[in-house]
Design a protein around this ligand. Structure first.
Ligand code: KG4
Ligand code: ZN
Length: 334
């Protein structure tokens, strides 16, 4: 029997999960509301909140999984990438737990874990597959050759897709994180009401900073003419912004599929919760005969189930680390 405790604390969500013999038994997430009024994650406040949340979150994950703490075989934790002060709380907790119980420690790359979230439920993708990984800090097209053998085919040169959503939302006066709000308002809007530019970036790389500037200038111009422009057009603005971000992502994904001739295509990371992206990807997949994999909502944004799942595969390989391990703010996916 293999029972893995997974710990995730890379940004502003504290999460713990139990994976028993490859099946997720619990996935507890404490969100931090404290950042909303600041328009972004405040690192100092995030690490303090992790410190307060980590023990109750782990306790609840163990109780909900209905297992005995003494039966936990190993602790898997997010080593990076992420905010150092946030990561330190999870890493220190994991080390202490492993030391006290004399069980192995397993380090996990957060971005690999987002991709491995696809192995939580059926149907699971088969290797090799292409994964569009879109979160608050990353936008990458990844060739997934094996559980821990991945190659970046293209990535953003500036902002991540999640940042493009959040920064656009900020321009519209919406609180952080604005991505889910843009998604919500977009549902009642016309995606063709406003036209925003698609950047010309070569190969499989992305850029979102020009889009953000174009949105800012357009809105500033319109607000000069009509101070109520944003509230009067909120739904159409959100739908048009979302439409442009989604088409930028999917156009590059199509290019990758054509170049590598791999038709098993997955999406991962917080932005994969976006309903416009999910719908458009399913449609495109149907049209192009791709096999499309989209995670359940709870496994899109940051969660420890993906860490516990990735930990399970490393546990099978006995891929453990020593107590000397420390977190990394930057950590490549390979
Ligand atoms: O993967 P994640 O939870 O954290 C990071 O590792 O960054 O991704 C968070 C990002 C945020 O930018 C958030 O606005 C975005 O995912 N996001 C969404 C949606 N849900 C989360 N963006 C657009 N539509 C959504 N429904
Ligand atoms: Zn993430």
């Amino acid at each position: 029997m293999a029972i893995i405790l997974g710990i995730e604390s890379s940004c502003d969500d504290t999460s713990a999960s139990i994976c028993k013999d490859g099946k997720i038994k619990s996935n507890i997430i404490a969100n931090q509301e404290v950042h909303a009024k600041f328009g972004g994650v405040v690192p100092e406040l995030a690490s303090r909140a992790h410190q307060q949340n980590i023990i109750p979150v782990v306790d609840t994950a163990i109780k909900e999984a209905d297992i005995d703490k003494n039966d936990i075989s190993a602790v898997a934790f997010t080593k990076g990438p992420g905010l150092l002060g946030s990561l330190l709380v999870g890493v220190s907790f994991a080390k202490s737990f492993a030391l006290a119980r004399q069980i192995p420690l397993i380090e996990i790359n957060h971005m690999q874990a987002h991709i491995l979230a696809h192995f939580i439920d059926e149907p699971k993708p088969r290797f090799p597959f292409i994964c569009l990984t879109v979160s608050g800090g990353h936008t990458q097209i990844v060739l997934v050759k094996d559980y821990f053998h991945m190659e970046i085919l293209g990535q953003t040169l500036d902002d991540a897709a999640g940042e493009a959503f959040d920064k656009s939302a900020k321009i519209l006066g919406l609180p952080y994180p604005g991505g889910p709000l843009i998604d919500k308002y977009a549902q009642k809007g016309n995606p063709n009401a406003f036209s925003f530019p698609e950047p010309r970036i070569k190969e499989l790389d992305f850029s979102f900073s020009g889009l953000k500037t174009a949105i800012l200038y357009r809105i500033q111009d319109e607000v000069k003419k009509d101070p109520d422009f944003i509230p009067n057009h909120l739904h159409d603005l959100c739908a048009s912004i979302q439409h442009r971000i989604v088409t930028i992502l999917l156009n590059k994904l199509q290019k990758a599929v054509l170049k590598y001739q791999i038709k098993d295509v997955a999406v991962a990371g917080g932005v994969s919760a976006n309903s416009g992206l999910r719908e458009a990807l399913l449609e495109l997949g149907e049209e192009r005969s791709w096999k499309v994999f989209i995670p359940k909502f709870e496994y899109c944004t940051d969660n420890a189930a993906m860490i516990a799942m990735a930990g399970y595969y490393k546990f099978l390989k006995k891929d453990f680390v020593s107590q000397q391990v420390s977190p990394l703010a930057r950590m490549p996916i390979v």
